[in-house]
Design a protein around this ligand. Structure first.
Ligand code: NDP
Length: 290
């Protein structure tokens, strides 16, 4: 049994990225720039945005946050995105989700130029990924893939993804298909989920249901990537974070598993930084060879 230490892996990757960013600055005088648009006062979103800013600062990416009030109209938000699309100093645009209910999230993600779409959620980027010719890949699935690469040869492996959201499950299914895995994409209407899980070498859990996957769902020596981040009360009524997999229950049975926290979360932030770097090169037709 092996714990896949996402925190450590992300930290090493961030160090490598920092070196590449220094090279980019030294040789080309380019500092990639990320703008994060934050609408409203959602406390969790504020923490996520703060963490992104801190990481950007650490690796050498310039980041700015555009704060908009919760009452901002859809049109004003679209105009704001458009101004960043046309701003030559900006390489990457991220609109922090969720959005207030009066704003259509699909319109917003599609308004971001696909060349600055650092989250990769825009329909052009998802379409390119689905066709096996990605321009930029959504951060959480990309982070999961990097973790899987440390443990398994994906070619011909059987993988099941629990959850089909546009930000995790669906893009994950395209990414693994592109890597020649045989993929099952499960959701709340899937029948015989336990039996399906037992038939797979890899389980990627992204349902938002705390400790849903138990040991009798898991094949011996399976590799498990737990995307879930759920806050629950422990026995002493203390708030703790748990994943979608019952970690202690499956622990002795699996080949490798990501912990929560310290698994997928740090990789998501790393991939956001890496995507910003990639977009800054792609936009200038540069390849990293300096
Ligand atoms: P969504 O709520 O958008 O999607 C949940 C998915 O799970 C849906 O497709 C839903 O099916 C499916 N589902 C719900 N119940 C079941 C069930 N009983 N059996 C099988 N499938 C089920 O969630 P997200 O994708 O946004 O997030 C999933 C989890 O990952 C959350 O815990 C979230 O906090 C976490 N997360 C973590 C990130 C990280 O960086 N570590 C980043 C993003 C998310 P249906 O489509 O039928 O409704």
């Amino acid at each position: 049994m092996k714990i896949i230490n996402g925190k450590k892996i992300a930290s090493n990757l961030n160090e490598e990225l920092k070196d590449r960013l220094q090279g980019l600055k030294k040789n080309k005088n380019i500092v990639p720039t990320l703008v994060v648009i934050l609408i409203g006062n959602n406390p969790a979103s504020k923490i996520y945005v703060k963490n992104k800013q801190i990481k950007a600062d650490e690796v050498g990416i310039k980041s700015t946050v555009k704060m908009l009030s919760a009452e901002t109209s859809e049109k004003d938000l679209l105009d704001c995105i458009d101004s960043y699309n046309n701003d030559n100093d900006i390489d990457a645009i991220l609109v922090q989700l969720p959005l207030p209910s009066h704003i259509n999230a699909n319109k917003v993600t599609d308004a971001i130029s696909y060349e600055k779409d650092v989250d990769g959620f825009n329909s052009k980027n998802i379409g390119l990924l689905a066709q096996g010719r990605p321009y930029i890949v959504p951060c959480t699935p990309l982070g999961c893939l990097k973790l899987l690469h440390t443990e398994v040869n994906l070619i011909g492996s059987k993988a099941i993804i629990l959850g089909r959201s546009n930000i995790v499950g669906r893009p994950m299914s395209y990414l693994l298909t592109n890597q020649n895995a045989t993929v099952t994409l499960a959701h709340s209407k899937t029948k015989n989920l336990k039996e399906l899980c037992l038939d797979n070498d890899i389980i990627i859990a992204a349902t938002g249901i705390p400790k849903m996957v138990k040991s009798d769902w898991v094949k011996e020596k399976a590799v498990i990537i737990d995307v879930g981040i759920n806050q629950i009360d422990d026995k002493n009524h203390k708030k703790i974070l748990v994943g979608d997999v019952d970690y202690s229950d499956v622990f002795s049975k699996v080949k490798a598993i990501t912990p929560v926290p310290g698994g997928v979360g740090p990789m998501t932030i790393h991939c956001l930084m890496e995507n910003t770097f990639k977009l800054s090169l792609l936009r200038r037709n540069l390849k990293y060879n300096f």
